[in-house]
Design a binder for this molecule. Sequence first.
Ligand code: OAD
Length: 283
Amino acid sequence: MYAECALKNTVLMVNDKRLTNANLLNETQQMIPQSLIEKLQSTQHLVILTGAGVSAESGIATFRDALTGLWRNYDAQSLASEFGFLADPALVWGWYEWRRIRVLRAQPNPAHHTIAQLEKQVTKLTLITQNVDDLHERAGSCEVLHLHGSLHQPRCLLCEQPYIFPKETLPENDKENRIKPPRCHLCDGPVRPGVVWFGEQLPDHAWQLAQEACRHCDLMLVVGTSGVVWPVAQLPYLTDKKRCSIVQINPLKTSLNAVAAFNLHGKAGEILPQLYAAAFSKD
Ligand code: OAD
C-alpha cells in the first residue's frame, strides 16, 4: 500500500479507525521536555506538517473528530470526488461555498500565529499543510505548501482556467445551500472547487518540495492530523531516523505515537505557544 501510494501520488484514505472520546487524553498543561526545547533552539531545518486540528480552535470543523468531524455528517464520496461533483454540481459547489464562507469569517488562532513566529526564529522552516483554508497565510506564514489545494482557488473543470470570485461574493446566508457552480469565462465549463479530491493527484511541485524537506529536516512537528489520508500520511516516515526527531501535537493518540520521539497531547493553540515560550522567550 505504502509503495503503491508513493508512486501514484494519489489521495487515498486508509486505516480510518473512527476516533472516539475514549482515547481523548485530559492533560491540558504539558511539561515540555528539556531535550525538545534544545532541539527546537538548535534546529537547522524544521518541518511543520499541519492538518485540520490546527484550525479547530478557529472554529473550522475537522474531518474525523467523533462528534464534530465533517465526514461524520457528510458523505465524503459525494462531496470530495469528481464523480460526486458530476452527479450533483450544485450540491458540491454549495457545500464548498459554505465552508469557504466559514473560513473567510474565521480568524487564525494561537497555533497559526506561533507557527508564523517560528519562521522568524529558526534557520529554515518548511510549512506543509493538508488544510484548504488560508489561516496560515493570514497569520503571517510566508510560504505554505498546500498539498490538498485551496478553497480559495477554484478552476474550470474542463480547461483548468482559474476562476476569480467576484468581490461581492460573501453571501448573507451561510447555510449549506445548493448553489449552481459559475461557468468558466473562457470555455463555459463548470467551475469546480480548487481542492484535491479523493482519487486525484497532489499538486506535483508542492508534493516534491514536501518530500524533499522531510528527507532533509532535523526536526518535524506534526500538528492536528489523524494521519489516515495518504500519501501525506507517509511524510513523517520519509525523515531520516538517525537525524530527525518527530514531535506530535494532538489531543488524541494516532498511529504516529509509536514513532514520534515526543507526543504532546493537547490542543495546538495551547501547546505550540508553550513550546515557543519555553524555547525562545527571553525571561
Ligand atoms: P482529521 O479530521 O482526520 O484529523 C484531525 C486531527 O486533529 C485529529 O487527530 C484530532 O484529534 C486533531 N485535533 C482536533 N482538535 C485539535 C486541536 N485543537 N489541536 C490539535 N489537534 C487537534 O483531519 P486531517 O488529518 O487534516 O482531505 O485530514 C486529512 C485529510 O482528510 C483532509 O485534508 C481532507 C480529509 O478528507 C481531502 O479532502 C483530500
